[in-house]
Design a protein around this ligand. Structure first.
Ligand code: ADP
Length: 321
């Protein structure tokens, strides 16, 4: 293989840039030509393809977002558009493609591989940490640190006013951001889609905390459970007294300089991805398990179910007493 390309797709995540940089430089180090595709699969269809060199990726390791831009491209599910993408790649002589994105992006990579024989490798780029085959995804660690910092700030003011605070965090159907940020921020209550929640128990816990003199209660709520305002109303309707504030952190969780963990993960995943392409071993995705870089078949990876750490969740609930 002489020419490869890299794209970022779906929701952006801190660490995508560090990963693009690593793919480009490691590929060049190995004598390959590397192309950057803009706006994910949209750029592949629209021929937004440019050759990258070592300097194209200067000064980006510390930046969130993605210099390649990202997009959602519904047409990519149709063979007609996928054929256009394949034709564009062929015109450049591109034989291998690194896709940095989440499960949707992986489905696109799988189709390209199975239907058109393009050698594709996926790297998990999403703050949600919702890919079960890998312990961590790029951007998750940074995002959790952003949420922890917000909890710290909110704790100061909530304690001063003796309030209850509901902090709604991202993660789609995955509760990992809420779980990890919750345990790190000393949250009293963490609500995630993976654990059924009983409103009465939550109300009882808050009322007890208020009786025994806790100065504040932080509830970290994963967006996959419900909206913060809905929960607030439910708490009020079920007897929680005093002031309840809500904060929805929103897109702040998607930006910012990637953490050490995300930058290292980006470099390690990129190296494995390029190595796999050079060995013509497409149709795989890279990840990390027990601190070892792994690669698995894309289809197998997509079939894996939630890896939610219930033990860690139970620990967080005990420590938040
Ligand atoms: P993420 O990769 O973060 O999960 P999305 O689910 O939005 O984000 O998917 C990103 C892109 O991947 C979509 O806009 C589309 O171009 C492509 N994609 C998603 N699902 C499929 C599919 N079943 N077949 C082909 N391409 C897909």
């Amino acid at each position: 293989m002489k020419k490869i390309a890299v794209l970022t797709s779906g929701g952006d995540a801190p660490g995508m840039n560090a990963c693009v940089r690593a793919v480009v430089r490691y590929a060049i180090y190995n004598g390959l030509n590397v192309y950057g595709i803009e706006r994910g699969y949209t750029g592949l269809i629209n021929n937004n393809i440019k050759e990258m060199n070592k300097r194209s990726v200067s000064d980006i390791i510390q930046r969130g977002g993605t210099i390649l831009k990202t997009a959602r491209c519904p047409q990519f599910k149709e063979d007609e558009y996928m054929q256009m993408a394949v034709d564009n790649m062929e015109a450049y002589g591109i034989e291998g493609l690194v896709v940095i994105g989440g499960d949707g992006s992986y489905r696109g990579a799988l189709d390209l591989y199975k239907k058109f024989g393009v050698q594709t490798i996926g790297i998990p780029g999403t703050i949600d940490n919702d890919l079960a085959y890998t312990d961590y995804t790029l951007g998750f660690d940074t995002s959790v640190n952003t949420v922890v910092s917000a909890i710290n700030n909110l704790r100061d003011t909530m304690t001063s006013h003796e309030r209850v605070c509901i902090i709604e965090v991202m993660g789609r159907k995955c509760g990992d951001i809420a779980l990890y940020a919750g345990i790190c921020g000393g949250a009293e209550i963490i609500l995630v889609p993976e654990v059924e929640f009983d409103l009465k128990t939550v109300v009882k816990k808050i009322c007890l905390n208020q009786r025994v003199g806790k100065n504040s209660d932080i509830i970290v709520l994963a967006e996959g459970v419900c909206k913060a305002e809905e929960l607030k109303q439910q708490l009020k309707d079920n007897g929680v007294k005093g002031s309840i504030k809500t904060t929805t952190l929103g897109y702040i969780q998607r930006g910012g300089a990637p953490s050490m963990s995300d930058r290292v993960l980006a470099a390690r995943c990129a190296v494995r991805a390029v190595d796999l392409l050079m060995a013509n071993m497409g149709g795989r995705v890279v990840g990390i398990k027990d601190n070892q870089i792994i690669d698995v078949d894309i289809e197998e990876a997509l079939q894996k179910h939630s890896k939610f750490d219930k033990t860690l969740y139970d620990t967080a609930m005990i420590l938040g007493l």
